[in-house]
Write a protein of this length. Structure first.
Length: 170
């Protein structure tokens, strides 16, 4: 006699289902954390890219929210209507940054009068537009990640709330 009986298959299936249901909340939290970390790292990389472009091109670079709420960078003092290339003057580069679903990732800034930071041409300093972006996930109330820009243009990333080994503590 070869194979498994129907009762054995049903018991193994039931056991796997119960174990999977017990492990799902931990996996879901890990997925949310990875979405948060990925979004924060995308913003951090884009801010560094905007600073490096300001130094290399000799033109001021702005990074922040467009009027439609998208994150991108541009070269004029007024934020664009959206981050789509057709809303920019010819020869002006733009780049959309966040790829995560916007309903999960929340981004706040403390920049004013517009929600953007300006990097000066040639030296990459932020000057009076220094501040921070705070990134949080709608399902993780105990964690937020900050990307902080100093007046000298130094960009650092840290985590507030539950500490991990991926980011420094704020």
């Amino acid at each position: 006699m070869r194979g498994f009986s129907l009762i054995e298959v049903m018991l193994v299936t039931l056991l796997l289902t119960v174990l999977g249901a017990m492990g799902w909340p931990a996996l879901q939290r890990n997925l949310w954390q990875q979405q948060l970390y990925s979004s924060a790292e995308q913003i951090y990389a884009a801010i560094r890219d905007a600073r490096l472009q300001a130094i290399a091109s000799g033109e001021d670079q702005w990074f922040g929210f467009s009027k439609s709420g998208e994150l991108c960078f541009w070269q004029t003092e007024r934020p664009p209507q959206s981050c789509a290339p057709e809303h920019f003057a010819s020869g002006t580069a733009s780049q959309r940054v966040i790829q995560q679903p916007p309903e999960l990732i929340n981004i706040a800034t403390n920049f004013s009068p517009i929600p953007a930071v300006r990097f000066s041409a040639l030296n990459g300093m932020a000057g009076f537009s220094a501040g921070r972006f705070q990134i949080s996930h709608s399902e993780l109330s105990d964690q937020s990640i900050r990307v902080i820009i100093s007046t000298l243009g130094r960009i650092r990333i840290c985590i507030a709330g539950t500490h991990n080994h991926r980011f420094a503590k704020c």
